[in-house]
Design a protein around this ligand. Sequence first.
Ligand code: EPU
Length: 338
Amino acid sequence: MEILENKSLKPYNTFGIEANSRYFAEAFTIDELKEIIDWASQNNQPILLINGGSNMLLTKDWDGITIRIDLKGIEILKGDEHWAWVKVESGENWHQFVMWTLKNDFGGLENLSLIPGRAGTAPIQNIGAYGVEIKDSMTELTALEISTLKIRKFTNAECKFGYRDSVFKNELKGKYVILDVTFKLSRRNHVLHTDYGAILTELERLGVENPTIQDVSRAVIHIRESKLPDPAEIGNSGSFFKNPVISAEEFKKLKEKFPDVQGHQKNGGFKIAAGWLIEKAGWKGKRFGDAGVHQNQALVLVNYGNATGNEIYNLSQKILEDIYQKFGILLEREVNII
Ligand code: EPU
């Protein structure tokens, strides 16, 4: 275990925000992770966990210890002719893991291609894209309880998954470190999810008639590359806000005022595209210093270089207030504000 002092967190968050951590340590094994947590509690240092750093906005220096999770490995636990149970360690890059599943012809994660971040944080916000969420194929995960250093399993049901939500964002927030995640993936008769409009259009454009899981992945990658900024080039955290769900009555009123608004029925209400609201309100492509709203996808806030976390946060607050004033809808941030 090596504890570093006064470390910049800029390389560890995809927003590329400059912030310092008083202490910093990387955990390559579970034992090391336990040792670091032990050190933190003995020295009274609050813990900030960083894995992929792809869903956080740092608005201040961290006066404590940042622990970077670097557990690596992918393992096929068991399999039969139909299914494979695959365990991925927390610190594996999510997209590279998805590529590994596709190389092995394991189906289930293809729609989740090219999502930034790492495997161990994917369940926290139940990552999802193009009609598929991680909860659809995750069977269980293992996590370390920070206060007791005990390891326990969580079944899919125990994770209490919802739209961009899980028990780890609510009652167990900050209490566990996810160590590994297990998926049940198909080996044959793959069920393709191509109902999301853009995927069908993209498959057609690629001239694919009978798509494979690899083709779906390729289509998803093309769509994402055309709309979403690559964090390696422009700092961002993907969608900054969640898509709001409003009541049927509210949706009816909104539709009368804005006939082009799109909504999908959800739990008796309507889920609407926050990106549409933000664009309609005139924010798309706006830039204030180095903080901005992405030009191709208004749901994504970007750091053009040297924006501070507070500049990004203040921009998000202005958007939030403006959307509330114009549409009467209160947006909710999806990104974890530190
Ligand atoms: N739209 C606009 N203007 C915009 C952006 C979107 O009008 O600037 C409208 C369009 O009508 C479009 C609709 O919004 O048809 C939906 O847009 P898109 O397919 O890009 O998806 P999204 O609802 O904006 C969600 C996820 C994304 C995920 C995509 C695809 C959330 C918060 N975001 O975005 O997830 O990739 O669907 O499934 O649910 C992320 O969480 O970081 C993320 C990128």
